[in-house]
Design a protein around this ligand. Structure first.
Ligand SMILES: Nc1nc2c(ncn2[C@@H]2O[C@H](COP(=O)(O)OP(=O)(O)OP(=O)(O)O)[C@@H](O)[C@H]2O)c(=O)[nH]1
Ligand SMILES: [Mg+2]
Length: 304
């Protein structure tokens, strides 16, 4: 396919780049920094990302679909298995893969070995990206990982400080096919509004709750009515359930006198209003579904 010509006669590069890496290395942060938007949930807790999310980067030379994937780890339950499967499928479908590691890494962990195993069967070019170069000198990590695979490139960046991101794009461009953009440049994420809404709510749960609790929470959108479907209300109406595994988790999520659920709801509502540009009525419920992370039907219903 012949590419769309730009002013200087060079063709546009259009392709898919999957981000690989163990949990918490900053894959979602990097996507957000590249898109200059809050497209994907970021949190200090591992296994934040649960789906392969296609986030769309545009500039005058390229349209790159970055697939943010769940961090690879040794799965402990069906949810974990579905996360790692989603990541591995995304590597297989990409034109190129970025392996993200951290500048402070000094030894190969089990989770890195998992990533290495998954990437060793990928036939597409792989770029080593050493993130968090603001916090540590990346030299040690470049040495530790640099010869593990026949990399098409190696680069140190900081998603947090936005350092070296243009250089990363420059490195990726020649690895992508020439072509015509697939997505309208206004589109940030290839996902439904319902999915985005559920991620906003889950992001608030991750930000507000500690320890293991957020990992036991799934968000299901039960009803989503746009202001056009609800003209008399002139609001976006969202009814969502926070699904937990035990009554104890439900109590934590609701909090004393309902305070925690109220905070989750209020902060999520503000973020949803900013995202959609509509006033939002958010109706949040908490439901107990024992062992949902082990339940095939529930995982399927949640799109996991
Ligand atoms: N110092 C520093 N911290 C960063 C940088 N990028 C990300 N972080 C932090 O690293 C933590 C994890 O970031 P995420 O972007 O959620 O990591 P992830 O790889 O998407 O994690 P999973 O979705 O769990 O696989 C967060 O606390 C970020 O603020 C960076 O460039 N420098
Ligand atoms: Mg993530």
């Amino acid at each position: 396919m012949s590419g769309e010509r730009q002013g200087d006669g060079a063709a546009m590069r259009c392709g898919v780049v999957a981000l690989a890496g163990r949990p918490n290395v900053g894959k979602s942060s990097l996507v957000n920094a590249l898109l200059r938007a809050r497209a994907a949930i970021v949190s200090p807790k591992p296994q934040t990302t649960r789906n392969a999310i296609r986030c769309i980067y545009n500039d005058e030379r390229a349209q790159i679909v970055f697939t943010d994937t769940p961090g690879l780890h040794r799965p402990r339950d069906r949810l974990g298995r579905s996360l790692t499967d989603a990541a591995e499928d995304a590597f297989a479908e990409a034109d190129a893969v970025c392996w993200l590691v951290e500048a402070g890494d000094r030894r190969l962990r089990d989770e890195d070995a998992e990533v290495l195993r998954a990437l060793s069967v990928v036939s597409r070019p792989i770029v080593l990206v050493v993130n968090k170069a603001d916090a540590h000198d990346p030299g040690g990590a470049l040495e530790l990982y640099g010869s593990r695979l026949p990399f098409a490139g190696r680069i140190a960046v900081s998603a947090r400080r936005g350092r070296n991101l243009d250089a990363l794009i420059d490195l990726l461009l020649p690895l992508l096919p020439e072509g015509t953009p697939w997505y309208d440049p206004d589109i940030l994420i290839d996902g439904t509004e319902r999915f985005m809404a559920s991620e906003v709510i889950r992001g608030r749960v991750l930000a507000l709750l500690r320890d293991e609790v957020p990992h036991c929470v799934a968000v299901e959108i039960d009803e989503y009515k746009s202001p056009e479907e609800y003209p008399e209300r002139k609001r976006l109406y969202i009814r969502a359930s926070l699904i937990v595994e035990t009554a104890g988790q439900k109590a934590i999520l609701i909090g004393a006198g309902g305070a925690m659920l109220k905070r989750i709801g209020e902060t999520a509502r503000l973020e949803l209003e900013e995202l959609t540009g509509h006033p939002v009525y958010l109706d949040l419920w908490v439901k107990v579904s024992p062992h949902w992370r082990q339940s095939e039907p529930v995982l399927r219903r949640l799109g996991l």
